[in-house]
Design a protein around this ligand. Structure first.
Ligand code: SF4
Length: 330
């Protein structure tokens, strides 16, 4: 795998902005490149203080604005994600391109797509530079290709993140299946959000597969957690302090829980982990208003039921499960 960090862009931006102190934040998979990036900052602006955030960074939702402010930095450089939300702090987003020959894996995808003439296409950000070639490839093989719309927190047409599927839902009536160029995380979210078949092109494992079986398994588990939540008396509503992780209003939810006969409290965390949750031993079940994928993908790590906002609404009877199945669980 060859990554293009766009060093020239970084150097040009730094020379233009002339920060005195920079906080650099790297997505998890590229933290190993910190020392090299430090040398580029030094080369661009000798004497500029360059500090790396060691906090976890799973998505552009967790831009390290609070850290940057605490350090009195005047620029945050965020590598590995596109802009997700507007924040009142200077941020330079460096998206990072994955340089790959996609032709072999695109050829491999054709048998799985032979029953579909019209496909919806979405990509994770590191493949953005290749997307016109991908569209051309499928068109040359007789497919009609529609990029998912730019909607909500997606930065571009066709761009996918793990929690924003409105742009895919917007085109689902016009396509027979979706192709997700990226990894299992994004395609799993897509299959939970959509009614149409989802095919993953997993460039990291050189694999192409349908997500159908996994969807059934996860939905069955989610229904089980919702049923357990209904029996719970003491509820913890967890909010994270990351700027882009505000999936619901905790105070309104607290009211709803009380009206449903639950004894609920609101808990704040910098990041939800099983260890932190464990100490609230009197709580029977949780709702998390942070990343919805914590509840959906990581449920096995938690001893007690943990639901998303949407699932909590089902548990207290404000939404129906059929409605969730129709409109997607994310
Ligand atoms: S909230 Fe979760 S899915 Fe959404 S961008 Fe952040 S880490 Fe990814």
């Amino acid at each position: 795998m060859t990554l293009n960090f766009e060093k020239e862009k970084l150097v040009a931006e730094l020379k233009e902005r002339k920060p005195r102190k920079v906080l650099v934040q790297l997505a998890e998979g590229i933290k190993r490149d910190a020392s090299e990036i430090a040398s580029w900052v030094e080369e661009a602006l000798p004497g500029t203080e360059c500090i790396f955030s060691g906090e976890t960074c799973w998505g552009a939702c967790s831009v390290a604005v609070q850290e940057a402010q605490a350090l009195n930095a005047d620029l945050l450089v965020h590598f590995g994600h596109a802009q997700f939300i507007e924040v009142d702090f200077p941020i330079l987003y460096m998206e990072v391109q994955d340089i790959l020959d996609l032709n072999p894996i695109l050829n491999k995808s054709l048998p799985l797509l032979e029953n579909y003439k019209s496909i919806g296409l979405s990509y994770s950000i590191q493949h953005r530079h290749d997307i016109q070639k991908v569209i051309k490839f499928y068109e040359n093989h007789g497919k009609k290709v529609t990029l998912s719309q730019k909607a909500g927190t997606n930065a571009y047409e066709g761009h996918i993140t793990g929690c924003e599927y409105r742009g895919l839902k917007a085109i689902q009536d016009n396509v027979e299946a979706f192709v997700i160029l990226g990894n299992q995380f994004h395609s799993m979210g897509a299959t939970l959000a959509l009614r149409k078949p989802v095919i993953l092109i997993d460039v990291y494992n050189d694999d192409v597969r349908s997500m159908a079986g996994l969807k059934e398994k996860i939905l069955k588990q989610r229904l089980f957690s919702i049923e357990k939540f209904k029996e719970a008396r003491n509820i913890g509503i967890i909010v994270e302090i990351k700027p882009g992780q505000k999936f619901g209003n905790p105070i309104k939810l607290l009211e709803k829980m009380k009206n449903a006969g639950k004894n609920a409290i609101v808990i704040t965390m910098s990041e939800i982990t099983p260890d932190k949750i464990m100490n609230f031993y009197h709580i029977d079940a949780f709702v998390e208003l942070a990343c919805p994928r914590i509840a959906l993908d990581d449920f096995a790590k938690y001893e007690k039921p943990i639901l998303t906002m949407l699932e909590a609404m089902v548990a207290i009877g404000e939404r129906s499960w059929d409605d969730v199945l129709e409109n997607g669980i994310v």
